[in-house]
Design a protein around this ligand. Structure first.
Ligand code: ADP
Ligand code: RBF
Ligand code: MG
Length: 194
């Protein structure tokens, strides 16, 4: 694979930032995916208080690429579960969770309900807690790149960073004048193929 598009775990924060910005420049957005929601380590809810729906690598469709070649990073976009009509703004991590030094790659979106929604929690990170939707199909469009995934020292710093990602996602995904926002929200709402 070309330099700067490696999907291997980054060795340190500096390298990760450099690789991240190179990936950003070269990546083709939007990145559309359809897959099943599988069980991860259960850490999202229990340790961070922020659930993430892990996408199955098997049997999924990942735009015009494949799971292994997806570049690591933190992205913003939209998602929808099963045949629910609701489209959620979504902050998504792709990679190896370097804070935890995972050996396998994951795609993990956190679906964000509107601020006024009772499923939105007023806590350190403004997380959204929906009913579990394991084994359901998820449609996900990543419209843009937020930052590289980073190894944080301590969970509080990771939680702060995710809170910031949620804020940025709400702002970016709320720009109704952006053609990509309109098109990708519409694709996620539809049953169209990738
Ligand atoms: P796992 O390690 O199994 O992914 P998590 O603690 O990350 O466990 O919880 C993920 C599960 O929580 C999702 O698969 C989904 O069923 C549920 N869930 C509830 N609310 C959300 C949300 N806002 N975003 C993503 N998943 C959510
Ligand atoms: N994990 C990291 O190790 N570093 C990160 O920078 C990071 N950023 C994330 C940003 C968002 C928006 C989300 C939803 C997750 C992020 N994660 C990151 C993944 C997190 O460690 C993981 O979801 C939990 O460990 C549960 O699997
Ligand atoms: Mg998860």
């Amino acid at each position: 694979m070309a330099d700067g598009m490696s999907s291997e775990p980054a060795t340190d924060a500096e390298e990760s930032v450099k690789v991240g910005s190179q990936v950003h420049e070269r990546m083709k957005f939007p990145l559309r995916m359809i897959s099943q929601v599988v069980r991860g380590f259960g850490r999202g809810s229990s340790e961070l208080g922020i659930p993430t729906a892990n996408l199955s690598a098997e049997g999924g469709q990942f735009g015009d690429t494949n799971f292994d070649d997806l570049p690591t990073g933190i992205y913003w976009g939209f998602a929808r579960i099963g045949d629910e009509g609701n489209v959620y703004k979504t902050a998504c991590s792709i990679g190896y969770n370097p804070t935890y030094k995972n050996k396998t790659k994951t795609i993990e979106p956190h679906l964000i309900a509107p601020e006024s929604d009772s499923r939105r929690h007023v806590s350190s990170c403004q997380e959204t807690i929906l009913k579990d939707f394991y084994d359901q199909t998820i449609r996900l469009s990543l419209v843009g790149y937020l930052r590289p995934e980073l190894p944080f020292e301590g969970l509080d710093k990771l939680i702060d960073a995710i809170k910031n990602d949620i804020k940025n996602t709400e702002m970016l995904a709320g720009r109704k004048e952006d053609r990509n926002v309109i098109e990708e929200e519409a694709w996620v709402k539809s049953s169209d193929g990738i």
